[in-house]
Design a protein around this ligand. Structure first.
Ligand SMILES: O=C(O)CCC(=O)C(=O)O
Length: 244
């Protein structure tokens, strides 16, 4: 598959080296604002109309949860998983073509909790270990509306144990939290609408509660493995989506 990616090399050597050293890479202005606006509107309509609401709290149920794997039922989400810049960047970082295995659209309305520190590998075992995630900022993302935090270089620690979530005011209880690493080393990642963060599946990262009263924190997160890797445990994530 190597010949197919020769023309798709959006990253320079310094960016590839930064990812290898730190386990993440932020690409500024990677997606046009027009495309983001129309995708945001599309996902709002999709969530409003197609996702069943809880009878007691319809708005909350729709916009505090993520939409899981929209690419499997929504062609717009499928195309957003295949953005050429993502395809090219992944091919450079993985050494060959990537394929999509999971997508999540986060609305993170005001008050929504974040996700405790974790490595994505804990949730998506695969062989060989090649997974990289992308997070596309659908608006300005900062500490107030619940940005991501990363520990630079933590992808070099290998898979770490995960236990119970400790701070339930800040983090949702349905996940697990990395153990055996100093979480005070986490640094915030501020993003502007259209920025894309690439991050390694062993990078320790988390997000915090959206503390604002009137701002969402929307992002589109996709997970990719190299085309010759296999998801081993999750039956729901075995479908590989080619990016061309
Ligand atoms: O965007 C978030 O709040 C959490 C995303 C995340 O940690 C992940 O997808 O692994």
């Amino acid at each position: 598959m190597n010949e197919m990616v020769n023309g798709l090399t959006p990253l320079d050597e310094a960016q590839v080296a930064f990812f290898e050293e730190n386990g993440y890479l932020l690409l500024r202005n990677a997606c046009s604002g027009d495309l983001i606006d129309i995708y945001n509107q599309h996902m709002y309509n999709l969530a409003k109309n197609d996702i069943p609401n809880q009878p007691d709290s319809p708005e909350k149920a729709t916009f505090s949860f993520r939409v899981f794997n929209p690419h499997l039922k929504d062609s717009f989400s499928m195309q957003m998983m295949k953005l050429p810049l993502i395809r090219g960047g992944l091919a450079q970082l993985m050494g060959d073509e990537g394929v999509g295995v999971q997508s999540m659209f986060f609305f993170k309305e005001p008050g929504s909790k974040g996700q405790a520190a974790h490595q994505d590998y804990e949730y998506i075992h695969h062989e060989p270990n090649t997974m990289i995630a992308t997070s596309l900022a659908m608006e300005q993302i900062d500490e107030e509306n619940g940005c991501l935090y990363v520990i630079p270089g933590s992808h070099k620690l290998g898979p770490l144990p995960h236990g119970k979530v400790k701070n339930l005011l800040e983090h949702a209880d349905w996940t697990t939290e990395t153990e055996g690493v100093d979480l005070s080393q986490e640094i915030p990642v501020f993003m502007e609408k259209g920025d894309i963060l690439f991050f390694h599946c062993l990078l320790v990262h988390s997000s915090t509660r959206n503390k604002t009263k009137d701002r969402f924190r929307r992002s589109y997160v996709c997970h990719y493995i190299r085309h010759d890797s296999m998801v081993t445990k999750r039956e729901d994530l075995k479908k590989k989506i080619p990016l061309y």
